[in-house]
Design a protein around this ligand. Structure first.
Ligand code: AMP
Ligand code: ZN
Length: 117
């Protein structure tokens, strides 16, 4: 899928869908998940459309670095370092991906079981 009105997160970046923004940079946006799975559940996305993390790394590795840096900024803003947190990139159908615009979940604020379901 290309960066079109068909992509939920491209629409969110364009301001066509509301979001609770936590922080943003020129290349990334961090916003609260609409269906939180933990007290802190923030999604970090590249503003540019990529299907998944592998596509970012292949095509624009600097943007992957930007996504990680924004995720760590969210961790600091939400004071998650001491208790610990999890960064998750569900990828493909078997990996639980439902939105095909690359995103990193930042989860924290409760004990997180392992292995995940
Ligand atoms: P994944 O299943 O890894 O593709 O994650 C997609 C995530 O997007 C899910 O956790 C959804 O709850 C979340 N989500 C879907 N629509 C929205 C939205 N409009 N605003 C914020 N989060 C959303
Ligand atoms: Zn998109």
């Amino acid at each position: 899928m290309s960066a079109t009105e068909d992509c939920l997160f491209c629409r969110l970046v364009a301001g066509q869908i509301p979001a609770t923004v936590v922080t943003e940079t020129d290349t990334t946006l961090a916003f609260r998940d609409i269906s939180p799975a933990a007290p802190t559940h923030v999604l970090v996305i590249p503003k540019q459309h990529f299907e998944n993390m592998a596509e970012i790394v292949t095509r624009q590795p600097q943007v992957m670095s930007d996504v990680m840096a924004t995720a760590i900024e969210v961790v600091q803003r939400e004071s998650l370092e001491e208790q610990g947190y999890r960064l998750v990139a569900n990828t493909g159908e078997g990996g639980g991906q439902t939105v095909y615009h690359a995103h990193l979940h930042v989860l924290g604020g409760r004990g997180l079981g392992w292995p995940p379901g």
